[in-house]
Design a protein. Sequence first.
Length: 178
Amino acid sequence: MSFVSYLVEGAVGDWSALYLFEDKGIVIEEAVMGVMLFNGTMCIGRLLGNTIGKHLTSKQVVIGGYLLGAIAMGLIVFLPGYGSMYTYLLLGISLAMVVPNLFSAMGEQNVIPMTQAVATSTMLGYMGILMGPALIGFIAHGTSLTVAFIVLTALLVVSAGIGKYAYMLMDKSKEADA
């Protein structure tokens, strides 16, 4: 899940302006705003995350963030022009608190020692942010950037499902301990 979160961040950072320029017909000087909107809302979301997190559970933030992120990626692919560009606001805010909540969830689980879980998740996250742009480029080279972004959408949906399963296992583990 950490891998996918960072993979999406890397892919958005490296490919979105080109995608908006080539596939959505937005002039390059304006297309870079999509990346800026994403990064800006990610920053704001992470800064305000604790305030928002007081009203939601970690499970709701992670699963909801992935699902809302998948919807946003789908809209980015299917909306025309500027509608697609402004949807990066939704993508950024939906994914902003996913990774911090994944790290918090590592402290709640008792299957893997926390230090090992954090180290593994961090390593996979950085692999995602480093490999993501190359992976998207590879997919786009063989098909198109649209197909590559659809793959990102599917990965976000799969991550939501894995998150739901992981939180279910954590809940069962807590019940067994009680």
